[in-house]
Design a protein around this ligand. Structure first.
Ligand code: ADP
Ligand code: MG
Length: 317
């Protein structure tokens, strides 16, 4: 049997089965590890790798955007817990033929997002790669002890909410792959794909809000990501497809291309928006802009509602 047969999560299970997090430490399975410190704070750590050919096509993404995105996807995991990022580490494996212009562009993009969120680069590693670019970023963050929101806190009756709009990034990627960069809304959608904005301030505000029980960032698409909250929390959800927030640009793009906007919004990845659950009593008091899309149920399973279309295509969720 090959690793293709067990899949990404089977593989992670093979690893996590051999290790146990120390008492009080949140280890494998959430957006970040959460490590309590003696001073009453919690340290958050996450790491993410981007490989040429798997996560990006070198000809399709400029070095600045790749630099920005490498940090952004990691900062998003700190946002997912409601933490404040305090530093990053950048490791790069580069083929010998990589130009210094490319490296300068990458560093500029990485510096721009670091400056934007006030997060210093504290170290890393640099090495040669036989043929492909590989970038690995580790991010460290902090929050008051016990304030990090995990995937496991959802409670029956909670409202399911998301920040921002979904599907823009996936549509941007599809436009790039289909060679349709010229359509009117392409610039906005491709920018959402290449230079996502991690929801740091929103995550901090949500983690400080009463009634917010579970939180994660949407990196693989809400259709599969929400299942992590449901399985970690031991509950189910009913989500109304008609409530999934979509941008005017996504709708316009789908009007032109004939693509199914709802399907892209649900199955498309790399939104880096926050998905969270909140008690219905506290939801009206949230200060972070969000959309309620459904409800947590005590019965396990995920039910999609509110679509007049055949939902068979969504059953594999
Ligand atoms: P995210 O999409 O939020 O970055 P992943 O789906 O990549 O999260 O990972 C899920 C969980 O599995 C995380 O807690 C991550 O730290 C852990 N994980 C992934 N790969 C490994 C590995 N090779 N060794 C240990 N833990 C891992
Ligand atoms: Mg994540």
């Amino acid at each position: 049997m090959g690793i293709g047969d067990v899949g990404e999560f089977g593989l992670i299970g093979m690893i996590s089965g051999q290790f146990k997090a120390p008492e009080g430490v949140t280890g494998i399975g959430d957006d970040c590890a959460v490590i309590p410190q003696r001073d009453g704070s919690d340290t958050l750590v996450s790491t993410d790798m981007l490989i040429e050919g798997t996560h990006f096509i070198l000809d399709d993404i400029g070095p600045r955007d790749l630099g920005w995105k490498s940090a952004a996807v990691n900062l998003s995991d700190i946002a997912a817990m409601g933490g404040r990022p305090t530093g990053t580490f950048l490791s790069m494996a580069l083929p010998k033929g990589t130009s210094t212009e490319w490296v300068s562009g990458f560093i500029e993009g990485y510096r721009d997002i670091s400056d934007r969120f006030g997060v210093p680069l504290l170290g890393g590693d640099t090495t040669a790669s036989p043929d492909r670019v590989c970038v690995n970023v580790t991010v460290i963050g902090e929050c008051p002890h016990g304030q990090a929101r995990t995937r496991s806190g959802a409670m029956a009756g909670d409202l399911v909410c998301v920040t921002g709009t979904l599907g823009d990034s996936a549509a941007g990627l599809r436009l790039i792959l289909d060679g349709r960069r010229g359509i009117p809304c392409a610039g906005y959608l491709m920018d959402r794909h290449h230079a996502p904005l991690p929801r740091i301030d929103e995550g901090i505000a949500l983690a400080a809000s009463d009634g917010v029980h579970a939180m994660m960032d949407i990196s693989d698409g809400i259709g599969s990501d929400i299942r992590h909250i449901l399985s970690a929390s031991g509950c189910g959800a009913a989500v109304d497809l008609s409530l999934i927030p979509m941008s005017d640009q996504l709708r316009e793009c789908c009007g032109i291309t004939g693509w199914d906007a709802a399907e892209i919004a649900v199955t498309g990845g790399e939104d880096y928006e926050l998905l969270f659950t909140v008690s219905p009593r506290q939801e009206p008091f949230l200060t972070v802009a969000h959309t309620v899309i459904g409800k947590i149920t005590s019965e396990p399973g995920l039910v999609w509602k509110g679509s007049d279309r055949d939902l068979c295509g969504f059953r594999h969720f």
